[in-house]
Write a protein that binds this ligand. Sequence first.
Ligand code: NCD
Ligand code: ZN
Length: 433
Amino acid sequence: LITRIVNGRIWKDGSILEKDIILEDEKIVGIVRKGQPTQVDRVLDAEGALILPGLIDAHTHLRDSRIAYKEDFVSGTSAAVAGGFTLVLDMPNTDPPITSPERLSERMSSAEKRILCDVGFYAMPLDLDHVEALAEKGCVGYKIFTHKSFEDKNFFEEEKIEELLKAVGKTGKTLSIHAEDPSKIGFLGEKYSAIEHARAHNVEAEVSMIERVLRLSRKHFTKIRFCHITTAKGLQMLVEEKKDSLNYFVEVTPAHLTLDESILSECDKICLVEPPIREKGNVIFLRKMFWEGTIDVVGTDHAPHTLEEKLSDKPLAGFPGLETTVPILFTLAKKGFIPFSKLIESLTTNPAKIFNLRGYGTIREGNIANLTLIKFVPEYRIDSSKFFSKAKFTPFEGYKVETAVTKTIIRGETVYERGAGIVGEKRGKVVRT
Ligand code: NCD
Ligand code: ZN
């Protein structure tokens, strides 16, 4: 089946082409001049949209399994395509966590046929003996949380981190790290607000763990992606380190690029996240480094919980992000606060390279026909009641935005359309690297 996408503007390698895209079944087969005659079976009208390579989210918590009440594969990947994401990389802090090749395989087969977009899976290698077998099963990378224990094991001590760096280095895959030093995190009682939580999860906690990981990793050749960096001080260390090594990658989230601590008293528990929303100077520095090219990845950190869990005395950290990232960040880019082209790269080519996602990230002959169509539209407001995610709340409630996803295409077929919502069949596939 040959499809020609007309009336679009194509984002290709940093420029915008006024051309048409030809798809054959699930693949991109060519880019042709407007009006150039070709044999086609059907025409898809992009209606003036900017056509991006299908967006990739390298930081999604799809949940499912025993915590499916927060989010499941169907609701999470529906939120993904509604937000313009065509491939999400799923975090392993599920219940049970994805620590062994058996659990990874089980999660992969449970996702099969229930996902609307493509999904890759991280593993959490609590047991270092599993690192290689997890790679063989096709995990997209490894993720550790330095501030928390899982099944009574943690990655806090230097020797443990170093052994892990060695083991992961042999696989060639990327180690993703939530960097917070638990010995620096302040005590939180039985009841706390977002402001108290932010005070406990202080700047030093992030800085200390970044310093430790950098120091331990210099003699290894392991690719490391620092998740959701929030502090100017920590980012400055990474900026310096990146001058001498290509092994380090920096991720930031839409929330930490947009919000500062002045919102915490009002937004309170809804905005509570780890690491927390910081003082404004950090936000400004993150944006500045985005312009300078230090930010490699924007990850949504889509972390759904129930509203009850969020509003309880001990509120859970995180909030959904898949459906707000495009409107919030492309509006921010339109206003000139973050660089438009680097924003696109951080959601497409960069994650594709860092995680070795072949066939993804670029509009190019031979690649998978995953595409995201976006448009600048008249101002509208973020409305969480319309989310496909089960988590119907956001720190961005009521925010005015000027960009929308108009269509999401997975493997050559439209699966989301602005106005119509989710359309067609589930076309997602499990991605093994
Ligand atoms: C994440 C979650 O809910 O899974 N929450 C968050 O605040 N970012 C876990 C985590 O990264 O700590
Ligand atoms: Zn995290």
